[in-house]
Design a protein around this ligand. Structure first.
Ligand SMILES: NC(=O)c1ccc[n+]([C@@H]2O[C@H](COP(=O)([O-])OP(=O)(O)OC[C@H]3O[C@@H](n4cnc5c(N)ncnc54)[C@H](OP(=O)(O)O)[C@@H]3O)[C@@H](O)[C@H]2O)c1
Length: 298
């Protein structure tokens, strides 16, 4: 049985990946700073967990020892003074790739994001593009997945939108016309399993979006309809959001950042000319069909 180390395997996506890999018959080693056994794991499941910081080469070397594949699903969404996007998404991602190659491990999957671009005004988006390049430099055959915004049970995306529907009116980012392609976390986990299987397809870079491209306001409409609530959607100019993000920046854990506002201003849609779910023979779940599972705790 092949052992796969999943860095970030306690996170939203990493945990789904770990579960999918176990279901497919792999052994899984979950590596995170606060490593805990997942609640879905049965005592007989071939899952272990190990405390490891992706920035620390010694703990990374221990975490990947004897593995036949490695997945990097580590996140950093908000920078701190002592922890920058480049630390996690570039330097640490490249170090993991280098150590994986040096250990003779043949498969590495790196989770990035749609829109990765070195010229972006967002430090987060720039770091994702620089991270991809650094990973490929260290491990040229690395497989890179760029998902659109993820949803699923216990996610951050739909849960936040559901909380917004409690307000008397819902503020939009701009006019709410930014296009998203929400993708079920399980579908991305299945894509990782497919790439780590015995006959992976030839492409190494994938953009993964769900079956429908939706404007932000369409997603809100679906959530409102599902929750049987009616609320006005109120356009709020991006300049106002930038001002709010600036004010929020003084807080130790800002609820809104400049990078998030920039992300909400640009479409997050898979490039149809790039490999995606069709190449992987995966039919992704539609958001609307998944709302009961995601919002009703079903
Ligand atoms: N969620 C989305 O909508 C979305 C969309 C597109 C792309 N992505 C990408 O998908 C990946 C996973 O995102 P997610 O939303 O699943 O993240 P998440 O829920 O925040 O989980 C992050 C995981 O990374 C671990 N981690 C963080 N810092 C670490 C460190 N220094 N060393 C080792 N492990 C560390 C966390 O555990 P500890 O804190 O215990 O270390 C946790 O297991 C990220 O690359 C993200 O950018 C996510």
């Amino acid at each position: 049985m092949a052992t796969i180390t999943v860095f970030g395997g306690t996170g939203f996506l990493g945990s789904a990946i770990a579960r999918e890999l176990v279901d497919a018959g792999h052994g899984v080693r979950i590596a995170a700073r606060h490593a805990t056994m997942p609640d879905w794991a049965e005592a007989s499941d071939p899952v272990t967990c190990l405390a490891a910081d992706i920035r620390d080469s010694a703990s990374v070397a221990t975490a990947i020892r004897g593995a036949e594949g490695v997945v990097n699903a580590v996140s950093l969404y908000v920078e701190r003074r002592d922890l920058r996007f480049a630390d996690i998404h570039v330097a640490a991602a490249a170090q993991l790739a280098r150590l994986t190659r040096n250990a003779g491990i043949e498969r590495l999957v790196y989770i990035s994001g749609i829109g990765a671009d070195t010229r972006s005004p967002s430090a987060y988006v720039r770091a994702r593009a620089e991270g991809e390049a650094a990973v490929l430099d260290a491990f040229p055959r690395a497989m890179i997945l760029r998902p659109s915004v993820l949803f699923g049970p216990h996610d951050a995306f739909l849960a936040t939108l559901a909380r917004l529907t409690l307000l008397p009116a819902i503020p939009l980012f701009g006019r709410g016309t930014t296009r998203l392609q929400p993708v079920h976390v399980i579908d991305v986990a299945r894509a990782v399993d497919r790439l780590l299987g015995s006959h992976p397809p030839a492409p190494r870079l994938f953009e993964l979006g769900g079956p429908e491209v939706l404007r932000y306001r369409d997603v809100l409409d679906q959530v409102l309809a599902h929750l049987e609530r009616e609320r006005p959607l109120v356009p709020v100019p991006f300049a106002v959001w930038h001002g709010l993000a600036l004010l929020a920046g003084v807080l130790p854990e800002p609820p809104l950042t400049r990078d998030q506002v920039i992300l909400m201003a640009r479409d997050n849609v898979a490039n149809p000319d790039m490999a995606g779910f069709a190449t992987l023979d995966i039919l992704p779940h539609a958001l609307r069909d998944s709302l009961p599972d995601c919002l009703d705790g079903g």
